[in-house]
Design a protein around this ligand. Structure first.
Ligand SMILES: Cc1cc2nc3c(=O)[nH]c(=O)nc-3n(C[C@H](O)[C@H](O)[C@H](O)COP(=O)(O)OP(=O)(O)OC[C@H]3O[C@@H](n4cnc5c(N)ncnc54)[C@H](O)[C@@H]3O)c2cc1C
Length: 527
């Protein structure tokens, strides 16, 4: 046996073959390098599990935290706000953003009643908007009380719309629908009809971390939080580029084979990687799309839980103008448009503070409007947005010179913007989404115990998932608290069986003397 044969044999024994070539091997593969995947990988690394390999489909890390260059300006096409600040607990993302001295601005929505436009032009009187907001707040408080009174099992959960019906306050005018949109869809990107009351009102993000939200406008991008986190355990150059071989970009995972002895992750180009465990951090939209095939398939209860959850679409459209024509100054940053078509170019924002002199507007659409807009030409979207702006500010405003329309829903690596808790999924089913299946673990914002949909949820879920795996790898404690439905059903069956047996036992003990007497009697009678 030659020296090379010996080396090859040793590498093969190490149980890792990459694309047909044997190399020193990862023990844990992480699929996806968004906030959650990187947070999980760092937690593993900090705990001494250094044999990791991160496989990312795109040519960058950060996932849904992404900046894009627009007319020479870096704008955030994905996550933009640190949501939940100045509360009882410290939002970990707030800490990170402060550490990097991110440029950020508090969002103050208190003046929207002065900035709400009618569909056919002109502002609504402030008092009229305030009245609608007041009524909407009352319905929300009613919903909050109701939500807290519902049993924790979630079996009696209702939609936000149902709580409005109970209060006999279903928004019907253009203005009422707009405020309803602003309260619900602008946060969850799905309407009150589909959103769970019990799991969104009150929202743990605001209840625990605080009610304030800060808008990040930093030319390094919100994504630099992920780069900073990655740089704490991956090798980087002096200018902070990641050059660690444990991160591979452009690797589209299509197939995960798993057994009791290990996992094999196959890439679109046919190459494959073996490891002991895999953490899957892709969005729930990607899991639902079946871009990745699991072999054997995930159990039915797991697939059901994944498919039942909501993946919403939230689209931030940026428009550039030759000059400003909208009001500026204190209290004008956000302005609203009340169309009879609910959710039609409803929420607008100018950037006089964030990007002074850039003459850029941001309009947000969600859900069906997002899907519709993603399928049409950007020029059509620009024409629609211009018509709305002309309704608000008159015919003589200048034409937008540029438009940026992110397409999160059509992107096969995201399939939407963030998860939303729908009616019909209880806590137990939600917990099933993050339950590991043998050696396959799951993370991502949609697996966060309390903060699904947010960057902080993605970060905290990564830590939780890695810790669950560390317990398994290091201490051989591979149980997890979330039990598959089958086992719950088995438990119920066992419980019923035991109850029946106990009842039988009690009955036998209680009535056995009579049986004996009867027996004796009959015996005597026979005599
Ligand atoms: C428009 C928009 C606005 C938002 N606004 C906010 C906000 O203001 N505040 C807030 O807190 N949150 C916001 N969010 C949500 C926040 O961005 C996400 O919750 C968070 O970034 C998700 O991180 P993640 O790691 O769970 O998932 P992702 O960031 O999606 O990371 C998963 C990674 O997996 C990769 N991947 C997918 N498929 C494969 C495959 N087959 N093989 C290999 N890799 C794959 C993806 O490319 C991605 O990099 C927003 C999101 C969007 C889209």
């Amino acid at each position: 046996m030659g020296a090379i044969d010996v080396i090859v044999a040793l590498l093969l024994i190490s149980n890792v073959i990459v694309g047909g070539f044997a190399v020193a091997g990862p023990k844990v593969i992480i699929v996806g390098a968004g906030m959650s995947g990187i947070s999980a990988a760092k937690t593993l690394s900090d705990a001494g599990v250094k044999d990791i390999l991160i496989l990312e489909a795109t040519d960058r890390i950060g996932g849904r935290m992404r900046k894009a260059s627009f007319i020479g300006l870096n704008v955030e096409v994905g996550a933009n706000w640190v949501q939940g600040v100045n509360g009882l607990e410290m939002n970990p993302i707030w800490e990170m953003a402060n550490k990097l001295h991110m440029r950020k601005f508090i969002s103050d929505f208190r003046n929207i009643s002065s900035n709400t436009y009618k569909e056919n032009g002109g502002l609504y009187p402030r008092s009229k908007v305030d009245k609608v907001i007041e009524e909407a707040d009352k319905v929300k408080s009613f919903g909050e009380k109701l939500s807290k009174s519902l049993p924790p099992s979630g079996h009696e959960d209702i939609s936000i719309l149902a709580s409005q019906r109970l209060k006999d306050q279903v928004p019907s005018t253009a203005l009422e629908m707009l405020m309803d949109y602003f309260n619900c869809d602008y946060e969850f990107a799905e309407p009150p009809r589909v959103t769970s009351l019990q799991n969104t009102i009150p929202l743990p993000t605001f209840a625990n971390f605080g009610k304030e939200a800060y808008f990040v406008a930093d030319q390094r991008g919100f994504e630099s939080l992920v780069y900073d986190l990655a740089g704490q355990f991956l090798r980087t150059t002096k200018n902070s580029s990641i050059v660690d071989p444990r991160l591979l970009l452009g690797k589209v995972v299509r197939d995960i084979r798993h057994s009791t002895s290990g996992v094999t992750v196959t890439i679109e180009d046919g190459s494959f990687y073996n490891a002991d465990y895999v953490i899957v951090s892709v969005s729930i939209g990607v899991l639902q799309s079946k871009l990745i095939k699991f072999k054997p398939d995930l159990p039915q209860w797991k697939n059901l839980a994944i498919c039942q959850f909501g993946m919403s679409v939230y689209t931030k459209i940026f428009l550039k103008f030759p000059h400003k024509f909208w009001p500026d100054g204190e209290g004008t940053e956000h302005f609203l448009y009340a169309s009879e078509r609910r959710g039609y170019y409803p929420v607008w924002q100018h950037f006089e503070k964030q990007y002074p002199g850039a003459n850029v507007l941001l309009v947000t659409v969600t859900d069906e409007e997002s899907r519709r807009i993603e399928q049409q030409a950007d020029s059509r979207t620009k024409a629609e947005a211009m018509e709305v702006l002309r309704n608000m500010f008159g015919k003589h405003i200048p034409e937008a010179t540029d438009i940026l329309v992110p397409k999160w829903w059509s992107d096969r690596f995201f399939k939407g913007s963030f998860s939303n808790w729908p009616l019909g999924v209880n806590r137990y089913e939600y917990d099933q989404i993050r339950a590991p299946i043998g050696r396959v673990y799951f993370t991502g914002e949609h697996t966060s115990q309390h903060y699904n949909g947010y960057v902080h949820g993605a970060y905290l879920a990564g830590i939780d998932c890695a810790n669950m795996m560390i317990k398994c790898v290091k201490y051989k404690t591979c149980e997890y608290k979330i039990k598959p439905k089958d086992s719950l059903q088995q438990n119920i069956f066992l419980y019923l069986l035991l109850t029946c047996m106990s009842l039988l036992f009690v009955t036998v003990v209680t009535y056995s003397p009579k049986v004996k007497n009867l027996g004796n009697k009959s015996h005597r009678e026979k005599k």
